[in-house]
Design a protein. Sequence first.
Length: 346
Amino acid sequence: WGDSPGAAGWPSSASGSNIRIYSQSAPLWFSKQDISAMRLLADCSISRIHKVGRPGHRPLLLFEGIGSEHPSERRASAPGGLSQVQGCRQPCGLVKRPGDISEVFAFHLDRILGLNRSLPAVVRRIRFVKDGLPRPVIIWDPSLSINDNDTQSTVKLNWISYQRSLKWKCWAHGKVPKPDWSCTDIHHFEWCKLALFDFLLQVYNRLDRNCCGFRPRKEDTCVRKGLKLKCDNQDNIDLVHIIHREDDHRHLVFVDNKGYFDRNEDNLNFKVLEGITEFPESAVSVLKNGHLRERLLQSLFLDKLYWESQGGRRGIEKLIDVIERRARIFLTYINAHGFKVLPMNE
């Protein structure tokens, strides 16, 4: 892998920007920091590679960018707190596997729903990786705090303690938890946002790592590792990737957001919604107002390589079809149970 390919670095992934913004401004759901991070990930020249070992887990591969290819972006400030990590002198990008490419869709969906809990992600071809396939790259945030190596989490929770904490609505409405409530520092509304997000994308590795709530495929991690066989004692199954920043213990950061678009409607995982009786108004209104498709098309078009990797508009539309069907099922579910929809931008 080498640590320093030379001062000139590799050239950017293509001539011109791979982030396409043809109008006066980017879509309103993106912050200036989002756009700056997306352009840096997509267009920067790579000056250095960092391979970061993790006991018991696949090593992380980070690249260090030396700036955007566009003069208008070169002086843009990098997203906060991204400069000093594992030897990175500049903001770093985390290189994921080609099979994780749905994490880019997840980032756009997160912003459109007004959740703002995932890290900026784009697709890029990394020339030092042999297969040359388009890969998701995600901005590296060194402020993320991971204390438990097995669950890759800041907060260690098993299913029963998680369900107990949901009943008390920890920290919501100014409520200060009592010691026997099984509360963590995480605000109750964060779990409501996470559950909605994970249901739409059918992310299972956070709240249902053993795949107890649906019929997994033989290639799913839970089957390959034999975890599906351990669903008899679900109360003691740990949650995974429950992460907050070092300086913000109330809010979650959604990481490893690989979604699954090939799960049939009769096999959706409702377990990720269990115990949640309130959902974020901003997100539910987007699901209801009929603009989800239009916004996803507008948003995903920005990422040229992601758009092309999915077969252009026709392929993207098929992915949106899946999310729209799940959104209708979700809305039917919360209506049938009389669950509340609340403002959650506390």
